[in-house]
Design a protein around this ligand. Structure first.
Ligand SMILES: Nc1ncnc2c1ncn2[C@@H]1O[C@H](COP(=O)(O)OP(=O)(O)OP(=O)(O)O)[C@@H](O)[C@H]1O
Length: 252
């Protein structure tokens, strides 16, 4: 697979007050691929994920040094956070539909961006729900509350909501950890399908999941990237003993 850089991360450090949560991260993240971040709880996976759409800007006392570029543009120096977040969407661990109808959830972003014509919104809502592989399950209840469906369906509605603003990148923070195995497989299939058009970065505690769906895997430990390589390489021939211990469950 061709590696075409989407993000380039240079000497990235992040502090929450005096606590250093990310230590000198250097890596390239590639277009049209799924990259998985794995590692034990508290090692900085979510923190790093959130630096990619500047969600940490919202946390008080955060200090960041180094830089991240997207398509060559520095996302901290040369781009405002709002623009960045329309280009880099995020799906969270707990499905978080807004307390409104399924239709209004998906139309929310486009409306904020000034789209109000019903026929255009109808089209965006249908297309996004189809892309998120949930259209057939909800097409007859678009006006019903998005909270009145299963957790797995809610998560796909949230993915549709993210897709509706046509981002280039989707960040997923443990998107299946609150879901049953069938819904999990649906989201995994969906991620694999979406990577044709999007760059996807996923934090997961599920090693099988990383192995099943990702092209690249980064193993994090106490704020550092210990090893980053093709997923096959990481899982079959890890170079670092710590990576090997973690993926074989001998970590501790
Ligand atoms: N807002 C915050 N203020 C202070 N410390 C924080 C904050 N958020 C995270 N941390 C700390 O930073 C470290 C990294 O946390 P982070 O959530 O990135 O880890 P993680 O690898 O995603 O963990 P998990 O797998 O449990 O979600 C942890 O020690 C955590 O306690």
């Amino acid at each position: 697979m061709k590696n075409e850089t989407k993000f380039s991360v240079k000497d990235l450090n992040l502090y929450y007050g005096n606590f250093q949560a990310l230590k000198n991260i250097n890596m390239e993240l590639y277009k049209g691929q799924i990259t998985a971040f794995i590692g034990p709880s508290g090692c900085g996976k979510s923190t790093f994920l959130k630096t990619i759409n500047r969600m940490n800007d919202l946390v008080e006392g955060v200090k960041i040094s180094g830089n991240i570029t997207m398509d060559g543009v520095d996302i901290y120096q040369d781009m405002d956070a709002i623009t960045l977040r329309t280009r880099v969407g995020m799906v969270f661990q707990q499905p978080n539909p807004f307390p409104m109808s399924i239709y209004d959830n998906v139309a929310y972003g486009p409306r904020i961006h000034g789209i109000h014509k019903k026929s255009v919104l109808d089209e965006i809502v249908e297309k996004s729900l189809k892309q998120a592989a949930i259209w057939d399950e909800v097409k007859d209840k678009l006006k019903k509350s998005a909270l009145a469906v299963s957790g797995g369906q809610q998560q796909r509605i949230c993915i549709a909501r993210t897709l509706a603003i046509e981002p280039e990148v989707i960040l997923m923070d443990e998107p299946t950890s609150a879901l049953d195995p069938i819904s999990t497989l649906k989201i995994e299939d969906l991620a694999t399908e979406l990577k044709k058009d999007y760059t996807i970065i996923i934090v997961t505690h599920n090693m099988q999941q990383a192995g099943r769906i990702s092209d690249k895997t980064a193993f994090f430990l106490t704020g550092e990237v210990i090893e980053y390589d093709d997923t096959e390489q990481i899982f079959n021939f890890p170079k670092n003993k710590k990576t090997e211990d973690y993926i074989t469950g001998r970590f501790g």
